[in-house]
Write a protein that binds this ligand. Structure first.
Ligand code: ADP
Ligand code: MG
Length: 214
């Protein structure tokens, strides 16, 4: 068995993510209505619908072209903070992956790490600011740690999803220091961060895709 994720499975991943953010659109909107402007569900479902439409018309044959295309579509179809941030995540993943047709566990983890660094370069979030960073950073760390222990793609991506969910839940008591929610100051405490919630769905979709294809 080759333990890699190829372009077809990457398309399955973003398609599954489109389905999940569409299914959970109201929940994401509810989270954003508590500490933002109630558009995160609409932003993510619109952006991912555009991504999947574009991929069904023309799916690139290499990982870099595919992921860069996802990023560019998100930047152009999603307004607000999350479009450029998710766009940067996928653009950086693509740039790091290069013109290959598949990634092994370390290659996928390296691409996700570069994506996280892109989000930080763009949004300047730090741990505890109550943003998508708070779910994504522990997810990428958990993936690296699992790979260092000898885990393959399935176990490493499941460890990442579990860590993302814990990071999302840990945003509940935090006071937001970045983005729209920071305008609320102390009143942002007591609510989950919408971006941390959608990033967790991204990692859960990845783990479910890999589990389903092995
Ligand atoms: P907007 O805030 O423009 O309405 P969304 O509602 O789609 O955009 O996305 C909000 C999410 O974006 C937040 O929950 C947070 O996770 C994330 N976010 C906002 N600003 C930043 C930032 N500077 N760095 C990282 N993530 C951020
Ligand atoms: Mg919003």
């Amino acid at each position: 068995m080759t333990d890699t994720i190829g372009t077809a499975a990457l398309v399955d991943w973003v398609t599954r993510y489109r389905d999940v953010v569409t299914e959970k659109k109201e929940w994401l909107t509810e989270l954003d209505s508590a500490i933002g402007d109630a558009d995160h569900g609409a932003n993510m479902s619109r952006g991912m619908a555009a991504v999947v439409d574009k991929l069904s018309a023309d799916a690139p044959g290499t990982v870099d072209d595919l992921l860069k295309g996802v990023g560019m579509t998100l930047v152009s179809s999603v307004g607000g903070a999350s479009g450029p941030l998710y766009g940067t995540l996928f653009l950086r993943m693509g740039m790091t992956a290069g013109p290959v047709t598949e990634l092994d566990a370390a290659g996928l983890a390296g691409a996700l790490r570069a994506g996280l660094e892109g989000i930080v370069a763009r949004g300047k979030a730090e741990a505890g600011d109550k943003t998508m960073f708070d779910a994504m950073a522990p997810a990428v760390d958990a993936m690296d740690a699992a790979i260092a222990r000898g885990a393959g793609l399935a176990d490493a991506s499941r460890a990442a999803a579990t860590a993302a969910a814990l990071g999302r839940d840990a945003t509940l008591p935090l006071v937001a220091r970045k983005g729209r929610a920071s305008y609320l100051g102390e009143r942002s405490a007591g609510h989950l961060d919408p971006g941390a919630a959608s990033v967790t769905l991204l990692f859960e979709s990845l783990a479910d895709t890999i589990a389903g294809s092995s």
